[in-house]
Write a protein that binds this ligand. Sequence first.
Ligand SMILES: C[S@@+](CC[C@H](N)C(=O)[O-])C[C@H]1O[C@@H](n2cnc3c(N)ncnc32)[C@H](O)[C@@H]1O
Length: 278
Amino acid sequence: MPTARLDHGQAVLPKNGALTTILGMANVYEDPRLAGVYQRGNEMPEASLRDWTHLIGSFTEHPTPAVVEIGAGTGMFCSAMARWLNPSAVVGIDASVPMLIQAHRFNSHPVVQYAVGTAEAVPTGSHLFDLALLSRVIHHLPDRARVAGELGRILRPGGVVVIRTTFRERLDALVYDYWPQLRALDEQRFPAESEVLDDFAAAGFTVRTVTSFARPVTASLRDYHARMTSQPQSKFTQLTAGEFQDGLRRLEIDAQDESLTRPVAVVERHDVAALSRA
Ligand SMILES: C[S@@+](CC[C@H](N)C(=O)[O-])C[C@H]1O[C@@H](n2cnc3c(N)ncnc32)[C@H](O)[C@@H]1O
């Protein structure tokens, strides 16, 4: 029976910059600046991360699932799944070496192996995993049909892929209140629910559920403002420096008005689609 461990060589990071482009498209997460601020700018309170992880784990019935995260980034969910899902293995794949360097720094865990690779050509054997997570990455993957085919290859029969995203028709994060021009830009970047489901159905997947889930990402608007100063998401690369500063100033004013004794947690909602492989 093949196991979900990577072969020794695959777990080793190649030289920095070995994957500077993916299928001819630049990956903004190759930028060491963005990679360096991503973890602190996107982490969530422990209770939120635990709730999210339990939701993701609820889609597999396997008591000790072999798990893969594609587009694992700085490994926040890899280490969380290792801690809370009792997995037999967790493999985190990402195309960006700078992001994987941060994953090793912030989210090392004995059960987790990180490897550089792409969603379009996952560097593992076939039929290894019970659960595959794609969190906040589907909008970076233009060839979804190919990605769906790869997931069909690496999942075991009955395995589940969980797509955590915000579908185009439901872009509602607080960030759009302060940078409204980002909504129109993201409407071009993010796929619609039906586009994603159709591509996975064509690869033989069956939709189990599509739901929404919301949890706090920061304890206050002040904390939210503080994290936004580092521009910790790829969406900010679409703005000019002036546009970014204008939105940040509006956010700062609201954050300064926030009551010190009654801070308001910032809650973010994501869509979750769970699909089963035949
Ligand atoms: C927004 S981050 C999400 C990180 C993590 N999954 C999370 O939820 O915090 C997107 C990640 O996807 C990676 N990525 C983009 N295109 C990819 C591809 N074709 N194959 C694998 N990873 C990719 C980027 O390098 C980046 O680390």
